[in-house]
Design a protein around this ligand. Structure first.
Ligand SMILES: C[S@@+](CC[C@H](N)C(=O)[O-])C[C@H]1O[C@@H](n2cnc3c(N)ncnc32)[C@H](O)[C@@H]1O
Length: 783
C-alpha cells in the first residue's frame, strides 16, 4: 500500500522534534482510533495532540507496561497505512546513551529516514507550519560544562522562531520552532512567511543572529553544583535583592510541586538587563533574552514566576491543556533534556552505566534509603550533591544526563492544575509552590484568598470619614520614613516608625513584641470584664476571662495619607514578597510553611488571612462540628479585648482560615521560641477591633527552615477554641512535652486523699509500675 502522505507528514514533523517513527507509530494509531480518523484533530496546532500523547505515553510507560490490555487493534488502522508495524508500541524514552540516534546534522541537509527515504530541505519546507512546539521570545539554550569557561564565547545551538503560513497561506501556525546547526548563531524571528526559497541548495540561508549568548561572567558560579551545596549556600546567594526590590530565591526559586524539583530555576538577578535565566538542568541552561538592538525602550526583564504563570495560563486558554500534570517548567525540562540528548555524542556505555549506578548509590546515600526509583528533590539539590561527588570520582566529564526518577504524585482528584504550581492561584505577588517529599498526600482543599473577608456578621466599617485627619498624614509627601519627624501614623507605634528603610521591623520594637508574646507572666496579661470568648460559650453563666496577651500595634500609612505607595511605612499592605513554599513536614505535623531564601530578622513574611467571624459565629461553627474537627486554623483578633468594659458581639472578631485562607494557614505551632511573631497592624480601620495579624521573623532564618509561630495554646485547656493536638514542635520549651501523666497522678492526689488511702495506694502502684521515681512531699493541712 502506498504510504499515507498524512502519516508521513506526521512522522516528519515528529522527526524534527527528535521523536523516532517507531515511537510515533503506535501513539498515532491510538489517536486515530480515538479521534475516529479525523486527521484534522491530530494535525491541528502542529500535531499538538500527537506530541502530547507521546509525552503522556512516555510518562506513564511503567504503568502501561503493567497493563497489557492496552494493545492497539492493528486491523482498525490498516486503512491508514500503519498496519504493518512490527515493533511493540512505546518504549520508555531513553535518555543519555539510550536515546535514539538523532541526526547529527540538523542543517536541513538530507537525513536518512527509517524507511530509507530522506528528509530534504524541501521536505522541511513543505512541512512548514507542521512542526510542533512554540516559544516566544527567542529561546536560547546554552550548554554549560567544563569546556565552557567565562570570558569565552560558548558553543551553542540555537532554536529559532519563524512566523510561517500553512499551505493555505493562513497564519495558522503562528510560531514555529526549528532546530538548526547554527555555528553558534541564532536566527532572527521573521514576520514574513516561511517559504521554500529560504533554502538555497541543500542549506538553509540563515539571517543574522538576533541574539548571541554572551558569556556570563558569573556563570561558573551559577552552575547548579555551586548553587546548591547546602541550604546555607543557597540562602546566601538567594538573598540577593532584585533591582526592583523583590527578593528572588536563587537556585531553589520555585519548586513547582514535585514535578519540577530537579529543574534548578536560575532566578538569580541577571547581570544583563535583558536576559532572564529560566532553568538549568545539569549542564544545560535555558534563558530568555530580548535583543538589545531591537528591544523596546521600556523593556524590563519580567519576574520569572510571572512569565511562567502567564505562559501556563496561555497554554490553558490556547491549547486547552487541562492535564494536571502539565507544567511549563516540566516542558522546559524536556527541552533541556532533548537539547542535551540530541547534542551529546554517544559515550562509552559502560562508563555511562557506571555513572548512573554511582549516581543512584549516592542518591540513596543522601536519602538514607533505597530510593532509586523514588528519590525526590528540592530543586535538584540532591542531584547537585551527587554531581559534586561524581566530580570527586573524576566522572563529571560524562555529558549524558541522568535524571533520578521522581515519585509520582496522586493528582487524579481533579483539582485545578493551578494548585500544582501556585497555591495562591496568582492571588499574591509571588508564586507559592508546594512540595511533598514525604508521601503522596495532596494539599488539603481550601479557597485561597489574599485578603480577609467578612463571613456574615462581623462589623467592620472601612471608610475615609472614620479616619480623622489627626490619625493619618494627609500632608506628607513621598516616603514618610525620609522625613525628619515621624508622621502622624507613627503615633500609634510609639511616636516612631516601626520599620527601617530596608522594610524590616526595628529591633527595639520587635524585641518588645517578642517578649510580650514569650513572657506574658512578667509583662502581664490583660483581662476582659466580659470576655467575648467566654460569652460566646455560655452567655448565662459567664466564666472569668482567661487573659489575653498585651500587644503593640503598628499603624501603617494608607489611602488618606499623602505619601506614596512606596512609603516605608507601608509594608504589610504590600503583601507577600518572600519566596515561600508549602511542604509536607517530616515530623508528623502535616503540611508546613518554609522559606526558600534567607530572611533577615524583622522581615514581614505574611499575614494571617481568613474569614472574619465574630466570636459567637466561631462558637457556632465549633458547636456544629464534632470535637475532632474543631477549628485548627484560627487566630483571635483579641489585641484590644481587655481594654474595654464590654465589647459588642459584632466587634469581637477572629479569623478562621479553615475554608478560606492564605498561606499562613500552613504555619505550624512552636512553643515559645518560634521564628515568627504575630503583630497587629492597623491599615484601613482606625480602631483595634479589626486589624491585620502580620507575621515577622524573630531572628535570621536560613533558606529551607520551617516557619513557625506560637499559637499561644494552653494544652491543658480543653475549652480552647483551637483543637488541641499532641505538640511535636521539638522546642526545649515545649509546653506539651510527653509527660508521664504525672499531672494526672498529682492532680488526683488530693482527690484520692478524700476518698481514702486505698486510692492513694492505687496511685502509688501506678507510679511504681510506671517505674517513675517520684519524691512526693506531702503537706497536710486541715481545711
Ligand atoms: C494551622 S494548621 C497548620 C497546618 C497543618 N499542619 C496542615 O497540615 O494543614 C494547625 C494544625 O497543624 C498541626 N500542628 C501544628 N503545629 C503542630 C505541632 N507543633 N505539633 C503537631 N501538630 C501540629 C495540628 O494538627 C494543628 O491542628
Amino acid at each position: 500500500m502506498a504510504p499515507n502522505p498524512r502519516v508521513q507528514a506526521a512522522f516528519r514533523a515528529m522527526k524534527v522534534l527528535g521523536i523516532k517513527e517507531v515511537k510515533v507509530k503506535p501513539v498515532l494509531k491510538k489517536l486515530l482510533r480515538l479521534y475516529e480518523k479525523k486527521w484534522e484533530l491530530i494535525e491541528e496546532e502542529n500535531y499538538r495532540a500527537l506530541v502530547d500523547a507521546i509525552f503522556e505515553e512516555d510518562e506513564n510507560i511503567e504503568q502501561q507496561e503493567k497493563e497489557p490490555g492496552n494493545d492497539v487493534n492493528e486491523d482498525d488502522l490498516e486503512g491508514e497505512g500503519l498496519g504493518q508495524e512490527t515493533e511493540r508500541p512505546l518504549k520508555r524514552l531513553r535518555r543519555g546513551r539510550d536515546v535514539p540516534q538523532q541526526p547529527q546534522n540538523m542543517t536541513g541537509s538530507p537525513e536518512p529516514m527509517n524507511d530509507g527515504s530522506s528528509i530534504s530541505p524541501r521536505n522541511v519546507a513543505k512541512n512548514k507550519g507542521k512542526q510542533p512546539m512554540i516559544s516566544e521570545p527567542p529561546v536560547q539554550l546554552q550548554r554549560l560544562g567544563p569546556q565552557s569557561s567565562p570570558g569565552k564565547s560558548r558553543a551553542s545551538c540555537g532554536l529559532f522562531l519563524r512566523e510561517p503560513v500553512d499551505e493555505t497561506g493562513s497564519d495558522r501556525f503562528p510560531r514555529q520552532l526549528e532546530m538548526v546547526s547554527s555555528n553558534h548563531q541564532f536566527i532572527k524571528p521573521k514576520d514574513e512567511p516561511f517559504t521554500d526559497d529560504m533554502f538555497m541548495g541543500d542549506k538553509p540561508q540563515y539571517e543574522d543572529p538576533i541574539a548571541v549568548i554572551h558569556p556570563d561572567p558569573s556563570s561558573e558560579k551559577d552552575t547548579p553544583m555551586e548553587n546548591c551545596g547546602s541550604s546555607k549556600e543557597i540562602g546566601k546567594e538567594s538573598s540577593s535583592k532584585c533591582k526592583d526590590g523583590e527578593r528572588q530565591a536563587d537556585g531553589i526559586a520555585s519548586s513547582l510541586g514535585e514535578m519540577e524539583t530537579n529543574v534548578d530555576l536560575a532566578t538569580k538577578r541577571q547581570e544583563s538587563s535583558c536576559n532572564l535565566d529560566v532553568a538549568t538542568l545539569g549542564e544545560v541552561k535555558l534563558s530568555l533574552s530580548c535583543n538589545s538592538a531591537v528591544r523596546r525602550l521600556n523593556f524590563r526583564v519580567p519576574n520569572l514566576d510571572a512569565v511562567i504563570r502567564t505562559t501556563e495560563e496561555k497554554c490553558l486558554h490556547s491549547y486547552k491543556i487541562n492535564d494536571p500534570k502539565f507544567s511549563v517548567m516540566k516542558l522546559l525540562r524536556h527541552v533541556c533534556e532533548s537539547f542535551l540528548e540530541l547534542g551529546t555524542d554517544s559515550v562509552d556505555k559502560s562508563q555511562d552505566d557506571h555513572v548512573q549506578a554511582s549516581r543512584r548509590t549516592l542518591a540513596n546515600g543522601y536519602a538514607g534509603k533505597d530510593t532509586s526509583s523514588e528519590q525526590t528533590h528540592v530543586n535538584g539539590c540532591v542531584e547537585k550533591h551527587i554531581d559534586r561527588e561524581l566530580e570527586d570520582h573524576g566522572l563529571t566529564n560524562v555529558t549524558s544526563l541522568v535524571v533520578v526518577p521522581h515519585r509520582k504524585l496522586a493528582l487524579d482528584d481533579g483539582r485545578s492544575r493551578h494548585n500544582i504550581n501556585d497555591i495562591a492561584k496568582g492571588e499574591e505577588g509571588v508564586r507559592i509552590p508546594w512540595i511533598n517529599e514525604i508521601n503522596s498526600e495532596f494539599l488539603p482543599s481550601f479557597h485561597y484568598i489574599s485578603q480577609s473577608l467578612v463571613f456574615q456578621n462581623a462589623e467592620i466599617t472601612i471608610s475615609l470619614s472614620r479616619i480623622g485627619d489627626l490619625s493619618c498624614c494627609p500632608t506628607c509627601f513621598g516616603d514618610c520614613l525620609s522625613a525628619s519627624v515621624p508622621c502622624a501614623c507613627a503615633r500609634e507605634t510609639g511616636s516612631e516608625f516601626a520599620y527601617t528603610s530596608a522594610g524590616l521591623i526595628k529591633d527595639v520594637f520587635l524585641e518588645k513584641c517578642i517578649s510580650m508574646t514569650r513572657d506574658p507572666q512578667r509583662l502581664g496579661h490583660v483581662f476582659c470584664e466580659e470576655c467575648p470568648l467566654e460569652k460566646s460559650k455560655n452567655d448565662v453563666c459567664l466564666e472569668a476571662c482567661k487573659g489575653h496577651l498585651k500587644r503593640n500595634f503598628i499603624k501603617e500609612c494608607w489611602s488618606k495619607c499623602g505619601c506614596n505607595k512606596q512609603c516605608g511605612n507601608r509594608v504589610v499592605q504590600r503583601g507577600i514578597t518572600c519566596n515561600l513554599q508549602v511542604f509536607f513536614t517530616s515530623d508528623g505535623k502535616g503540611w508546613g510553611l518554609r522559606t526558600l531564601e534567607d530572611l533577615p530578622k524583622g522581615t514581614f513574611v505574611c499575614e494571617f488571612v481568613g474569614e472574619i467571624l465574630t466570636s459567637a459565629e466561631l462558637n457556632e461553627r465549633n458547636m456544629h462540628c464534632d470535637g475532632s474537627s474543631k477549628d485548627t486554623y484560627l487566630a483571635l483578633l483579641d489585641a484590644d479585648w481587655g481594654s474595654k468594659t464590654a465589647l459588642e458581639n459584632e466587634k469581637a472578631l477572629c479569623l478562621d482560615a479553615s475554608r478560606y485562607g492564605n498561606v499562613a494557614r500552613f504555619i505550624n505551632h512552636r512553643c515559645l521560641d518560634a521564628n515568627l511573631v504575630e503583630i497587629p497592624v492597623e491599615v484601613e480601620t482606625p480602631d483595634h477591633h479589626y486589624y491585620h495579624l502580620a507575621f515577622f521573623t524573630t531572628r535570621k532564618i536560613a533558606a529551607l527552615e520551617e516557619l513557625t509561630w506560637d499559637y499561644g495554646i494552653d494544652f491543658d485547656d480543653h475549652d480552647y477554641p483551637i483543637k488541641l493536638f499532641q505538640c511535636r514542635c521539638g522546642s526545649k520549651f515545649c509546653r506539651n512535652m510527653k509527660r508521664p501523666n504525672m499531672s494526672y497522678c498529682l492532680c488526683s492526689f488530693p482527690f484520692s486523699f478524700a476518698f481514702g488511702f486505698h486510692v492513694v495506694y492505687i496511685v502509688g502502684l501506678y507510679l511504681r509500675y510506671s517505674r517513675i521515681q517520684v519524691n512526693l512531699e506531702l503537706k497536710l493541712s486541715v481545711i
